[in-house]
Design a protein around this ligand. Structure first.
Ligand SMILES: C[S@@+](CC[C@H](N)C(=O)[O-])C[C@H]1O[C@@H](n2cnc3c(N)ncnc32)[C@H](O)[C@@H]1O
Length: 349
């Protein structure tokens, strides 16, 4: 489970010093991307926050270009106009690169050899130049700047792009992002939290706490353990039911009701009871296991009074209100009757 304290601290640091310079490791890209191979055939991929000379997203797609059957790979990088502490970790010029595969069949792609071209502007993903490239793309894959995450996703939705991007778990709590998830227009990818091993940070980045290391190549790694993949590419995982083993009836005391909404509180996804057909409040990490065929998302965080959900005046950390779609009223009534008669019943979903 992601420690709330760590999450808040990392968020605070990222916000306060605009440290958007978390570079994704190749191993993390590989362990997520391997679940989506079938989506990439004959597609144009755009990595629009990536310097092709250093980005592991560029590395991954150029090296796997033929295996995935890609049509084109476009990569652009951003030249930060604001001089700050981290400027030397960023590109001196905004550049772009288009790769259409290894025509000779014998070369390992290298960004400099393929031919990097300068952009006219600064490579901002919102610039016309970048948007013109976006329009050519089928799928956008990257780790965008955390501080611009909302705007970044909004643009992808506006241009109706498929995407697979890294964000902070806290992004689920943004109303714009939750709305997309609720409407089944975006969902969580495969890896989450500790499933994303860490990011390469600039040399002088303050390494604090136990979640930091230096790898064999001398890269400074920070493992915030609070990141997710957000996507609108289908995965088999989101069609798998969560196996429910607990029961509400007989254990009502473990599932207190909220003061300001007719729903029971659940602290861990694995504690969702299989026999409750009312509304239930679950932690945001539930979304990692969420199957829209099994559960319906009702509401986020707030009770009927528009205040945070509370139990005896205390508010648990953000809760999502859900309802089990598979439980029909008559089944629950049968269940209660059978329980009173002490008849064992089959373990239906
Ligand atoms: C979290 S880093 C990730 C870099 C790279 N995508 C990776 O995963 O290794 C975000 C990158 O977005 C770039 N960036 C910041 N603002 C940007 C903007 N407005 N448009 C495009 N890129 C931007 C930063 O320079 C930084 O390299």
């Amino acid at each position: 489970m992601i420690a709330e304290k760590t999450l808040n601290r990392t968020l605070h640091i990222a916000k306060s010093s605009k440290k958007d310079e978390f570079y994704t490791q190749l191993s993390d890209i590989e362990s997520e991307l391997k679940h989506y191979n079938e989506h990439f055939k004959n597609k144009v991929v755009f990595c629009n926050c990536d310097d092709p000379r250093i980005s592991n997203f560029f590395h991954y797609f150029s090296h796997n270009f033929e295996n995935l059957g890609l049509r084109k790979l476009i990569t652009t990088c951003y030249k930060n106009q604001e001089k700050d502490l981290f400027i030397h970790a960023e590109a001196e010029n905004a550049v772009f690169l288009e790769y259409t595969g290894d025509k000779n069949g014998n070369k390992i792609p290298d960004a400099d050899e393929i031919g990097i071209k300068p952009l006219n502007g600064d490579g901002d993903f919102r610039s016309k130049e970048s948007i013109d490239l976006l329009k050519q793309a089928d799928i956008v894959v990257t780790n965008p700047p955390f501080s611009l995450f909302r705007e970044y996703v909004e643009q992808l939705v506006k241009y109706e792009k498929k995407f697979l991007i890294i964000g902070n778990i806290n992004a689920i709590t943004y109303k714009e992002i939750f709305k997309l998830i609720k409407e089944n227009k975006a969902w969580l990818g495969i890896n989450l939290g500790r499933g994303i091993s860490g990011f390469i940070v600039p040399d002088h980045y303050e390494l604090y706490g136990t979640e930091t290391s230096i790898d064999s190549l001398g890269n400074r790694i920070i493992s915030p353990n609070n990141c997710l993949w957000l996507t609108n590419l289908d995965t088999s995982k989101r069609h798998e039911d969560i196996i429910l083993t607990k029961t509400y009836y007989g254990n009502e005391i473990e599932y207190p009701k909220y003061d300001n909404y007719d729903a029971i509180n659940i602290n861990k996804t694995q504690d969702i009871p299989k026999d409750y057909n009312g509304v239930m409040g679950v932690p945001i990490t539930f979304l990692h296991k969420y199957n829209p065929e099994q559960f319906e998302l009702i509401k986020f965080r707030k009770g009927n009074d528009d205040k945070d959900l509370s139990i005896n005046g205390k508010c648990p950390y953000f809760r999502i209100l859900i309802k089990n779609k598979r439980l029909q009223e008559h089944k629950v009534i049968d269940w209660k009757i059978n329980r009173n008669l002490n008849i064992s019943i089959p373990n239906y979903k």
